[in-house]
Ligand binder design. Structure first.
Ligand code: SF4
Length: 402
């Protein structure tokens, strides 16, 4: 296994609000290795972005990191003085954001913004910083870097601005790059280009990437490892292949069920009923219990523990799941329900676990999935094309079929 670049252990970040303590990140642990793309996936409000800000120690007030360790190449960032953190941010650990316009300085040319990072972190002359900036602009696919160096952010398209953000993040030659929903604000064509670019840069530089997204399609194309976050906790972790072949946690399965597979054309998509619970106040049982079709008596009063490698997976895989269904402790097992099996993609899948989950068929009472509800929104045969104009008379030369 390659060396560990980032190791997060028992991280808790809480917000002390007038309404009470909001447990935005509540005891999460994961490792990211050199050259690895680690994807943190989940719905909005589940704590992904606060995790990213915690790693950089940039949690806004009234939030603060309550406990845990963040080891970057073995150095615990939570023990460093602020001065030491300033030297690391942008140098050893860098971040790109969802909306580049809010992260770029509107009154500085994009070239100077990138050169400033180089001058801040390396003892280089302005001339060298200028040359390295041109090379970075070229690497991230910005045409005519000599000319565009002197442009301001408002003169660039969304995709170009995101490329500038990536160049800025790379300028410090970081060991790990945090990408927080970097393609969400972009249209699908540009999104694909930015993902290709990130993958190519990651391979060329051997850099690790923490990729934060709500989009399983993006995860399937980028990640080596996947962690699913729900209500401030990681509820499942696996390598990409295992995760996509057979997700374990009921929440992960529901995420897959709500994807528009080809085979589901003409039929209703599954919704995950309810919403992520409020993170105010302490939790007693499973945080997914009020949305889970497989919940039984033990789920509401008893919090499920993290079960490491609950099934036979590839040697060395750092997988796990937080769910009573995979707990073989007698107290949990004796109360195991007979719940439904589920469908994932085109075929029905069994779980990777033999007990107690496997083979539980057609249960009734509290464990039965709710009957399908009428759709909230239906879309059929929607087509959106953007014209491409060319020439002096701006005639239409083709279409981007978004
Ligand atoms: Fe569902 Fe219970 Fe597992 Fe929570 S612990 S995900 S409620 S089965």
């Amino acid at each position: 296994m390659s060396e560990t670049v980032l190791s997060v252990k028992g991280l808790r970040t809480y917000f002390d609000t007038n309404e009470g303590l909001v447990r935005a990140v509540d005891d999460i642990s994961f490792d990211i290795h050199k050259g690895e793309i680690f994807s943190l996936v989940g719905e909005s409000g589940c704590g992904k972005s606060i995790t990213a800000l915690s790693l950089l120690r940039l949690v806004p007030p009234p939030g603060s990191i309550i406990s845990g360790e963040i080891l970057l190449n073995g150095t615990n960032l939570l023990r460093l003085p602020e001065e030491g953190m300033r030297k690391l941010r942008g140098r050893k650990i860098a971040m790109i954001f969802q909306e580049p316009m809010t992260a770029l300085n509107p009154v500085m040319t994009i070239g100077n913004q990138i050169a400033e990072v180089i001058l801040h972190h390396f003892s280089e002359t302005k001339k060298v910083a200028h040359q390295r900036t041109l090379a970075l602009l070229d690497q991230v696919g910005i045409p005519d870097p000599e000319h565009r160096y002197f442009e301001y952010p408002h003169q660039m398209s969304g995709g170009m601005k995101q490329r500038v953000m990536i160049a800025m993040a790379l300028a410090g030659e970081p060991d790990i790059l945090i990408a927080d929903e970097p393609t969400t604000a972009l249209d699908v064509t540009i999104q694909a280009q930015i993902l290709d670019l990130l993958r190519a840069l990651q391979k060329a530089r051997g850099m690790a990437i923490l990729f934060i997204t709500h989009d399983l399609g993006v995860v399937s194309e980028t990640a080596d490892k996947v962690a699913v976050m729900y209500a401030g906790q990681i509820v499942e972790q696996a390598n990409r292949h295992s995760f996509f072949a057979n997700p374990l946690h009921p929440y992960s399965k529901k995420l897959f069920d709500s994807l528009p597979y080809k085979s589901k054309r003409g039929s209703q998509l599954t919704m995950i009923r309810g919403a992520v619970p409020s993170l105010l106040g302490p939790f007693t049982g499973c945080r997914f219990a009020n949305r889970c079709d497989w919940a039984w008596e033990i789920c509401a009063p008893v919090a499920p523990k993290w079960i490491k490698e609950p099934v036979t997976t590839a040697a060395g895989e750092e997988g796990g799941v937080r769910c009573h269904l995979y707990d073989t402790e007698p107290i949990v097992n004796s109360l195991a329900p007979t719940g439904p099996t589920w469908e994932h993609g085109e075929e029905e899948h069994d779980t990777r676990l033999s007990l107690p989950f496997k083979g539980r068929q057609g249960g009734d009472g509290v464990h039965s999935p709710s009957s399908p509800k009428p759709p909230l929104l239906q879309v059929s045969a929607l087509t959106v094309h953007f014209p491409i104009y060319q020439g002096l008379f701006r005639s239409v030369a083709g279409f981007v079929k978004a």
